[in-house]
Design a protein. Structure first.
Length: 467
């Protein structure tokens, strides 16, 4: 990989490499706010509306691992730029979609394109900046970009939808994506392919994509209902079978999808564990907070979005602070500290009540944002810290896959806990509002436990490695 010399070029390229993550987070928040308008315009049923999110999630989460490995074998720069262009064109297709099937198909392509660009961008970043302070600071900028995207999404989504309709929210990303792709082509030389056309184990890849897709779909069904339905159980069983098939095929492959050395690397295991539980807590808590603000306190989508902007603002600060803390404490200890901060933020939310609780929401969101985004920066740095250059793409695919599974799993778990607690409390004769809030508080307590568990596991894996 050849770079034009000079700090300015490196800074410009770092900005370009942050674009895919910015686009993904921005898109997620913009779409969430626009869902009611999409439903009314294209006449989605209430159950069918979830597929606007689900089609994207399946395309993204199901293919991260395979496309991360493809970047290692066939060139990350090409996958990065092609992913940006494809995401941009798919966003235009979503904005122009005349029917429900057309919109869902374009959303699935968006997810696939994001899976092309995100692991490739992180692998390129890891190779551009040397391990240690340089890479940690670069990933801090990455965390700041993600946080800025969160703030932009929750603040702009409602405004754009109200002023120009839901289709307008899909216009921002194409402009950004095409500009970033053109800039990357001028700054970043094409990296040579390391593999031959047949090196990517196609049967193993298909089995792995199927296992990941069915797992995410099953977790999505469980997350919407808060319970294990027969359909969810069947999907989980199918996912286990496909994962077993992928394992058998990979063991016989000359070039396995996940190199065996990664499975023995403690830093990768620690980073994936932290990603799973960090994002699982964050997604579940955000869902609870959104329901609390809108269904209990009566806020609209725009007001509730602005109420949560402190989370993203704190995340921007975390992107600046996290690399410095990691430099003093080391990555594992700094990650554990970030996870404890996230747990403390969730704990600040527990006192919310049926008659009010906005101060707790504001304070808790700020602390959660600091811990959550700091943890994201640090576990990404930890994952790349002891991995050779040729395996960076698949490593980022592993970590990103852990984030996707964690988000779906955390949502399913916290919804199930909240529903069970609400039903149990309602049987005692209390009002519906009090019972619902009691369920939310119980779920938030579980979120505290998940973050603390992640901190303990990270430290345990680190100590095991030292021994």
């Amino acid at each position: 990989m050849a770079l034009a010399p000079g700090t300015a070029h490196r800074a410009a390229l770092l900005g370009v490499l942050c674009v895919p993550a910015f686009m993904v987070v921005l898109d997620s928040n913009l779409v969430t706010v626009a869902l009611p308008s999409i439903r009314a315009d294209l006449r989605f049923s209430r159950p069918g509306l979830q597929w606007v999110i689900g089609a994207y999630s399946l395309g993204f989460g199901g293919s991260l691992l395979v496309l991360g490995r493809a970047g290692d074998l066939y060139g990350r720069r090409r996958l990065f730029t092609d992913g940006l262009v494809t995401f941009s064109l798919a966003s235009v297709a979503v904005a122009l979609a005349p029917t429900r099937p057309a919109l869902l198909g374009a959303r699935a392509v968006e997810g696939l394109a994001a899976a092309m660009a995100v692991p490739a961008s992180l692998a390129l970043m890891a190779n551009l900046f040397d391990e240690g302070e340089s890479r940690n600071r670069a990933l801090g900028v990455y965390g700041m970009a993600v946080s800025a995207a969160f703030v932009s999404g929750v603040s702009l989504g409602g405004v754009l939808t109200a002023l120009a309709g839901w289709r307008s929210v899909f216009v921002l990303n194409p402009l950004l994506g095409i500009a970033a792709a053109l800039t990357a082509r001028s700054l970043l030389a094409d990296d040579k392919a390391r593999g031959r056309p047949g090196d990517l184990d196609l049967p193993g890849a298909v089995a792995a994509v199927g296992a990941m897709g069915t797992l995410l779909y099953g977790l999505g069904l469980a997350g919407r209902t808060g319970r294990l339905s027969p359909s969810s159980c069947v999907l989980f069983e199918l996912s286990v079978l496909l994962a077993g098939l992928a394992w058998v095929l990979e063991r016989r492959s000359r070039v396995p999808l996940v190199p065996a050395v990664l499975l023995r690397t403690r830093t990768v295991a620690s980073a994936c564990t932290a990603a799973l539980l960090t994002v699982g807590t964050g997604v579940g808590v955000m869902f609870v907070l959104t329901l609390y603000l809108q269904e209990v306190l009566g806020y609209g989508p725009i007001s509730s979005g602005f109420a949560l902007t402190l989370l993203g603002v704190a995340g921007v600060a975390a992107g600046w602070v996290a690399p410095r803390v990691a430099g003093h404490l080391g990555l594992p200890r700094a990650l554990a500290v970030a996870l404890v901060i996230q747990a403390a933020g969730v704990a600040l939310l527990v006192p919310i009540g049926a008659d009010g609780g906005l101060p707790f929401v504001l304070a808790g969101s700020a602390v959660i944002g600091m811990g959550h985004f700091a943890a994201t920066v640090i576990f990404t740095a930890l994952a790349t810290s002891r991995v050779c250059e040729r395996h960076q793409g698949v490593t980022m695919g592993l970590v990103s896959s852990a984030q996707q599974i964690g988000g779906a799993l955390g949502l399913a778990l916290l919804v199930a806990v909240a529903s069970a607690r609400t039903n149990a409390t309602a049987e005692d004769g209390v009002t519906t509002g009090v019972a619902v809030v009691d369920g939310f508080r119980f779920a938030l307590g579980v979120g505290v436990g998940l973050s603390l568990l992640a901190a303990v596991l990270v430290l345990a894996l680190s100590r095991s490695k030292r021994r």
